[in-house]
Design a protein around this ligand. Structure first.
Ligand code: ADP
Ligand code: ZN
Length: 731
């Protein structure tokens, strides 16, 4: 790296480590010196820890005691823009730098010496005798002229036993070599033919490509209904980045990272991209991290933490389903990947594409204000059209007690069964029943550690707390009045709905898609793929099904309780409901079959329900934006949530009250403080939770004020404080 600052051996350097310390540590540069940004191993007490050379040493540490960097790791030094990005992200989210560095080094075995593996090439030697098996091995090498393979690859390709390969090595017909285990990703070719884009799509793709060519920062909202070809369009922006020799990153909500998506990328560019997500193996993660840094991975498809990979020359970030709430990390470092993508792109002159059928109000407003560009894809590709959406007015439907599928919905499902098409019932509630109540005394079963009711999961034959995961058997006798045999489930969960569907349609094949019913993301994905192939007639799903899966045979969506999301006190309740309902409805009729969406509601005249049904999105956004503006809440004002927690309620409240009394730094910037008050979920895992909410006008230095406000605090004992900038949820 030319122009990069270099420290000679013995010079004082300041190292940022991954250890929770609030400052850089001084060391001596090792023999051979090191670059600014070098990843190093340094001694800390008796241990060796990972760090990055962050600048010259501060010099206030006794130079006689100064220890030397142990060694420089064999990876490209961290680039200046990455150090700036981590610094800014830390300032924005009020996260200590060591925690940011941990995020940026989440690849196992980084400090291990480069791992090598044995590969085989054609050697000079001539085998003493040729067998058919031996000939096959040599033929394979001939065929791939000059390439080398591992012994296992070679044996597999030639279809021989490992001993045949070993024999050839002994005779010198094969030569052993050492090669690095982490290999570059196959080359992606942007010149392979793309799909023939429609006029709409081609225009959008051209605008995005132009942005990439400008080599400047810019963010674009790419809005279009599910199936309008957003993916096809942004893959052309990726092609533009690859042509320009720059790297691209596509962020997807974790669950949308399917084999189907990777196959599409492969079809477009001729090879599979690098993948970064929690399901990837340790070896694969290390390979991605290293190759991204060397520029030997042109495209990464990843979950939100892929933003912290050490790209060498990132030119484009796509955030698909940008409104998805899973982009907000809810523990550890609290960041929103969508916002961090914009920050990262600004630091490295890259373009950002935010793709969604139902953008977040934040993004919509930024586009409205001209901060983001906006491109609209208005029609669905091919013959598919948006489903016909209707409300089922539950006030005039005849339902038996403890049933939730209305006669109208049942009739529509029956029709699909007869036609061999799929129906999907959507209910955003896991488990069998949300409440277990004693019919003798009225007591409800609650979690012993949390302020939450236990949810019955009949599949596990247990009650479960959705806050802490604690389970217990369904009690025979009421824990409160001890009367036996009176415990009864109240209300529907997805499992109970499945039971109802099975009794209505005993001959139908029923599939339940709820995250807790699958041991792994992989198992869930393969089930989704089976369903897409038609291996189910009725699908029951929680929030999970709203996200980007393509079920070609699906023509009916029934929303069991469209009112569910409207009850919360959350400022985003209306927005969430609107997005979720439109996404779910978008599942129907993706292929060449027209779909229908039925929404069961007790309040068909509610403005949000009416906006969903009318399909007049812009007026929904405008009305919602006006309300938020009037209330001075995001995106027209700023918020920060403070959660205090600890085992002793009084101590937690004392801290909250002390913070409220000393809110000078907040008042100085015109911010208001609310609370302390018990959090909506007041106890989790035995810890009491108290929250404060800060509301500030837009454009004031909120983080800086928060930092000044919280700096003097001493958190005694087991008290904990976390700050959530732009909170998404209020639990
Ligand atoms: P979105 O990302 O907006 O949901 P996709 O890009 O996934 O939409 O497109 C939906 C389906 O239509 C995909 O199967 C895609 O391959 C297909 N499709 C979209 N545009 C075209 C096109 N111009 N030519 C051929 N197929 C297309
Ligand atoms: Zn609990």
């Amino acid at each position: 790296m030319s122009g990069q600052e270099f420290f000679q051996a013995g010079e004082r350097v300041g190292v940022l480590t991954t250890q929770p310390l609030d400052r850089l540590l001084d060391y001596r540069a090792p023999e051979g010196g090191c670059f600014l940004g070098a990843y190093v191993e340094v001694p800390l007490g008796p241990r060796k820890v990972l760090g990055v050379v962050w600048g010259p040493g501060a010099g206030d540490f006794d130079s006689a005691k100064l220890r030397a960097v142990i060694r420089v790791l064999d990876v490209a030094p961290m680039r200046t823009e990455m150090r700036q990005f981590l610094g800014k992200a830390a300032d924005y989210t009020l996260t200590p730098m060591p925690a940011m560095l941990r995020l940026a080094t989440r690849a196992p075995g980084l400090s291990d010496p480069p791992s090598m593996r044995k590969i085989l090439r054609r050697g000079e030697g001539v085998p003493d005798r040729m067998t058919e098996a031996r000939t096959r091995v040599l033929d394979v090498l001939e065929e791939y002229g000059g390439l080398a393979f591992t012994p296992k690859e070679l044996a597999d390709m030639a279809d021989v036993t490992p001993s045949v390969v070993k024999g050839l090595v002994k005779q010198g017909a094969l030569r052993e070599e050492e090669a690095p285990r982490d290999t570059p990703y196959p080359h992606l070719d942007p010149e392979l033919p793309s799909k023939q884009l429609t006029e709409d799509q081609a225009k959008a793709a051209a605008v995005l490509a132009e942005g990439v060519h400008s080599k400047r920062y810019g963010t674009t909202l790419l809005k279009g209904v599910t199936g309008s070809g957003k993916t096809e369009v942004y893959l052309e922006a990726v092609a533009a980045a690859l042509r320009a020799g720059r790297q691209a990153l596509v962020l997807l909500p974790e669950i949308a990272l399917t084999a189907e998506f990777l196959t599409r990328v492969e079809a477009r560019f001729g090879a599979k991209p690098a993948e970064w997500h929690s399901g990837a193996t340790m070896t694969e993660r290390r390979r991605v991290w290293k190759m991204v840094g060397q520029g030997a991975a042109q495209l990464v498809i990843g979950a939100r933490s892929a933003l912290f990979l050490p790209f060498r020359d990132l030119g484009l970030i796509i955030v698909d389903e940008e409104h998805d709430t899973s982009y907000k990390q809810e523990d550890g470092v609290l960041y929103n990947a969508r916002d961090m993508a914009v920050l990262r792109a600004a630091m490295c002159s890259a373009q950002v594409v935010l793709a969604s059928a139902t953008p977040s109000l934040e993004t919509w407003a930024n586009a409205e204000a001209g901060k983001y560009n906006r491109l609209d894809l208005t029609s669905r590709f091919g013959a598919s059209v948006l489903p016909d959406m209707r409300a089922v007015d539950m006030r005039s439907e005849d339902l038996l007690p403890s049933t939730w599928i209305s006669p109208t919905l049942k009739q529509a499902m029956k029709l699909r069964l007869e036609r061999g098409e799929q129906s999907l019932l959507f209910l955003n509630r896991r488990g069998f029943a949300p409440v277990t109540i004693c019919r003798a005394c009225g007591a409800q079963v609650a979690c012993d550690h949390c302020d939450a009711r236990m949810v019955e999961h009949r599949f596990m034959k247990r009650l479960m707390c959705h806050q802490c995961g604690e389970t217990k058997p369904v009690p025979e006798a009421c824990p409160s009045c001890e009367v036996e045999g009176k415990m009864a489930p109240v209300g529907p969960g997805i499992e109970r709905l499945a039971e109802e569907a099975a009794s209505l349609f005993p001959e139908a094949r029923i599939a339940v898609l709820s995250s807790d019913l699958f041991g792994s993301a992989r198992a869930l994905k393969s089930r989704i793929e089976e369903i897409a192939k038609g291996e189910a007639d009725i699908i029951l799903g929680t929030q999970l099904v709203a996200k980007g899966h393509n079920f070609p045979l699906l023509t009916l969506v029934g929303v069991i309780d469209a009112d569910l999301g409207l009850q919360g006190s959350d400022l985003r309740a209306a927005e969430r409901t609107f997005q979720l309902m439109r996404q779910v409805a978008g599942r129907a009729g993706r292929a060449e079959r027209p779909g229908e969406a039925l929404m069961q509601t007790f309040q068909p005249e509610h403005p949000v329900i009416r906006a969903i049904l009318s399909g007049d999105e812009e007026s929904f956004w405008k009305a919602e934006a006006a309300e938020r503006q009037a209330a001075g809440v995001p995106p027209y004002g700023r918020m920060a949530g403070i959660i205090l927690s600890g085992p002793d309620l009084a101590a937690v409240f004392d801290l909250g009250n002390a913070m409220a009394r000393n809110d000078g730094p907040l008042r100085q910037i015109g911010a208001q403080l609310f609370g302390p008050a018990p959090a909506p979920i007041a106890r989790v895992r035995g810890r009491h939770r108290v929250r404060l909410l800060v509301k500030a006008p837009k454009g004031v230095p909120l983080q800086e004020a928060l930092a000044r406000w919280t700096a003097p605090l001493h958190l005694k004992g087991d008290l904990r404080l976390s700050i959530d900038i732009d909170p998404q949820s209020f639990f």
